[in-house]
Design a protein around this ligand. Structure first.
Ligand SMILES: *Cc1c(COP(=O)(O)O)cnc(C)c1O
Length: 330
């Protein structure tokens, strides 16, 4: 018998709407829908809140009063964690990666500051090689001061966090009934892998047979195929149900990282601008813009010729658009 899902702290505005992208669908000649996970909230908008509902559920069960997590300076995940902490009366420490130790307060980082998070900025090399140790040291610092710290890994992309997107798939299944549509293909952006892993896990557990394809915005296909497989396995342990998704079963649309993580090029920003003017929906430059741009390119190459009803998950990221303002042309 599969165990019940772990406890969650409900915070997101759910269910998020699914809408048809009319003009975009017409252009591609296939039905493309959008799931508005950018509307899960304001302060904690985007996909991270679904994962945090479970991470924070575990933290609260363990009696923690402090959340520690990490990400880039413009991390949506860190901003959402800072908002959740305030909402629940917890403390929050964010370890943010940035070249410059005192960057201007803009975008997500500006919101982190407004929310009063304890921000520690570290350089890219320390982030890459030592972020776990640094978070452990900060946890000890908080614990020594009489608090109880809980560490959430980057993006809350671990076994517990990924339940947020297992639950999201249940929501999609309900919406399919209401809308009278079955989505044969689901597309989303992959940054730390937890969102995508949750969708793949649900696909397997419920035998849905959907094609789930992720566009990576950093690293490469091989990295995420392995990572998704690990996250799924870790989630299975919470359910006392071994689940195995082999790396070669994971579909990553590689080739759209562009200039690098959180770096944009003209084609991507023009795509965001044109999409906004077509559908009245704003994508972000780090994740959703690259994802839908990459999907469109692959679609044009014929990679999705068997798909009939495609669902793109808008995972949020609006605040990250503002620091990129000067790179757009109108
Ligand atoms: C973090 C993030 C993603 C990627 O989700 P992961 O679970 O980290 O792979 C996609 N879109 C936005 C806007 C994000 O902030």
């Amino acid at each position: 018998m599969m165990k019940p899902f772990p406890n969650r702290v409900p915070m997101a505005n759910l269910p998020t709407r699914i809408e048809m992208l009319n003009r975009f669908s017409q252009e591609l000649g296939v039905s493309v829908f959008i799931k508005r996970d950018d509307l899960t909230g304001m302060e904690f908008s985007g996909n991270k809140i679904r994962k945090l509902e479970y991470s924070v559920g575990e933290a609260v069960n363990m009696g923690a009063d402090t959340l520690i997590t990490c990400g880039g300076l413009q991390s949506n995940h860190c901003r959402a964690t800072a908002a959740v902490a305030v909402k629940l009366g917890l403390r929050c420490c964010l370890v943010l990666r940035n070249g410059e130790p005192e960057p201007p307060a803009d975008g997500n980082y500006f919101i982190d500051k407004i929310l009063g998070a304890d921000v520690r900025i570290i350089d890219a090399e320390s982030y890459r090689s030592r972020r776990s140790e640094i978070m452990e040291e900060i946890a000890e610092e908080y614990n020594a001061a009489g608090h109880k710290a809980y560490i959430i890994p980057e993006g809350a992309s671990n076994g517990i966090g990924t339940f947020g997107y297992l639950t999201c798939m249940q929501e999609i299944m309900e919406q399919e009934k209401l809308l009278g549509v079955t989505f044969d293909t689901i597309i989303d952006a992959v940054g730390s892998g937890g969102t995508f892993a949750g969708l793949c896990l649900a696909n397997r557990l419920y035998g849905l047979n959907k094609r789930i394809a992720g566009v990576n915005v950093c690293d490469d296909a091989e990295f995420f195929q392995k990572r998704v497989s690990e996250i799924v396995e870790e989630a299975g342990r919470y359910l006392d149900e071994p689940v195995e998704i082999r790396p070669e079963e994971v579909e990553i649309l590689d080739g759209y990282v562009g200039r690098g993580y959180a770096l944009s090029q003209k084609e991507e920003l023009d795509f965001i601008r044109d999409f906004a003017r077509k559908e009245g929906v704003i994508l972000d430059p780090v994740y959703t813009g690259k994802c839908l741009y990459g999907f469109t390119k692959e679609f044009e190459k014929g990679r999705f010729s068997d798909s009939k009803n495609i669902l793109f998950i808008h995972t949020g990221g609006l605040f990250g658009l503002f620091p990129a303002r000067d790179q757009f042309t109108f």
